[in-house]
Design a protein around this ligand. Sequence first.
Ligand code: G3I
Ligand code: 9MR
Ligand code: ZN
Length: 531
Amino acid sequence: MSNRILVNEIGYLPGQKKRGVFTGEKSCSFQVVRKNHDTEEVMLTAESGQPIFDKDGGEFCSVIDFTEITIPGTYVIRCDSAESVPFMIGEDVYRNLEKDITRFYYLQRCGQELSEQIAGKFAHKSCHDTPARVYGTDKFLEVNGGWHDAGDYGRYIVAAAVTLAALFYGIQEKPEFAGLNPDLASGPMPDLLQEIRYELEWMLKMQEKETGKVYHKVSCAGFCGFIMPEEEREELVICPPSLTATADFAACMAMAVAFYKPYDEAFAKQLEDAARKAYDVMKEIQVPGGFMNPEGVVTGSYEDKIEKDELYWAAAELYKAFGDRKYRDDFESYVNQEVLHGYGWEDVGSFGNLAYLSAEFDTDEELRNKIKASMVAFANEKLEKANKSGFGVAFDENEYIWGSNMYAAENGSHLYDAYVLTGDEKYLDAAREQVHYILGKNACGKCFVTGHGTNRIYNPHHRPSSVIKEAMPGMVIGGPDSGLHDPDAIADCTGMPPAKCYTDKLLSYSTNEITIYWNSALIMLMAQVMK
Ligand code: G3I
Ligand code: 9MR
Ligand code: ZN
């Protein structure tokens, strides 16, 4: 294999560490070249670090460190015959990308016409706006709205709740994130808050009025072909309530209250009531083994056999929002058993930890310390993996799984948490490397956000993009999955090292799909560390 130089294809902030990777058995003497129209200037000549064998990608790698370059501009790095793609150094290098990864949510809207004026090529007529059948009954409900989950057109509560939680942290960490697309705002609320409300309004409709339980999802019974959303006209089916959906819903609603109170008291009250009602009923939903698709339904199932982390998150979030003793007692009894971690759709414990640690009501100091210590220990495991990786990614060879890019971003957030708790910059640096990994400094040599970078993703598993024949910009794709979970992945990646099990094919849903919660994971991490 020829030598390559891999970098964050978007670029680097002037004040941060800047690292690329040279792949080759020997180290290299590299040049960092600043390009200005047709002139070039060598800004740095140096030697790459000691080569190490990167098991995940099956090749030798050495680190190219050019941190000392801080002058804004367009650069390439050269070494022997290898040359990196051009990238930028500058204060606003991520701005367009950040705009697109947040704008994406508007473009995923369901149940509403998207005008050409705002959505451009991705305009479409209203979709999925017929009454939906409650599975196994003759009852129909209106549950219009929300965002399409992914490359398919299902709408799933578990996925929605973690997406919103991550977006809220994004806004909290970097308030500018809420207002990057002012053309989408129509009132006093910044556009992203308004957009999140669109999802919340749909989620509220998914709560069973009589009981407070929350339906797991709404979709057609099966996946449609590659058509625009308004062309999917099969009957919509609402699947039964689940514990995970109801607990995640409660947590997310409680979290939302503080964000909407300043703008709309009545809406905030509605969120609070919904959260409390869901909380009170969630433990009653006992389905052994958790939610599974009922017979005849084959769309996304978001199955999750371990439900204690969802209860944990809900208790912490309701305590933080409302201060009732019962929520605190519940959370403390869970934490006493075990501190849980995770910022993904399946494991949500870390959201619970952050809520408890930031609650303004009384908390237990000993438990707080126990949580903090466990968060740092968890981050240490990630750091150790990052240090072993040629690319600085906090995975071992078994962790290139479906949606691995979300786990890369999530790991960055765990590292960031340890930085906040300890003040030790090594965690912050490692967290940033996860962003660089996603944006191009990876074994695939791809910028994993559509519409950005030089080696970009052209064929995401995303129905509107496939119809329009152009990738909607600003979507984080799943990334390498060594499980080879679709025919194209099997055809293209059999025998490949785990970090390279990726194929830019429309039908490779297990490596090349997109989801609302993969974008939000990157948004949360970028808001935390790219500033
Ligand atoms: O948790 C295990 C882990 O312990 C094990 O080591 C690893 C080895 O493969 O697998 C892990 O489980 C994986 C699980 O995701 C957890 O992330 C499964 O293999 C993997 O198949 C599963 O993939 C999920 C996929 O649906 C299939 O169920 C993705 O996370 C999830 O993002 C994806 O979601 C789909 C929706 O169903 C439908 N809409 C599109 C969306 C994205 O593809
Ligand atoms: O498009 C579907 C995608 O959203 C799912 O993640 C994936 C796995 O459940 O399934 C995709 O749909 C495929 C289906 O599973 C099998 N037939 C072909 C469909 C389109 O590739
Ligand atoms: Zn729709």
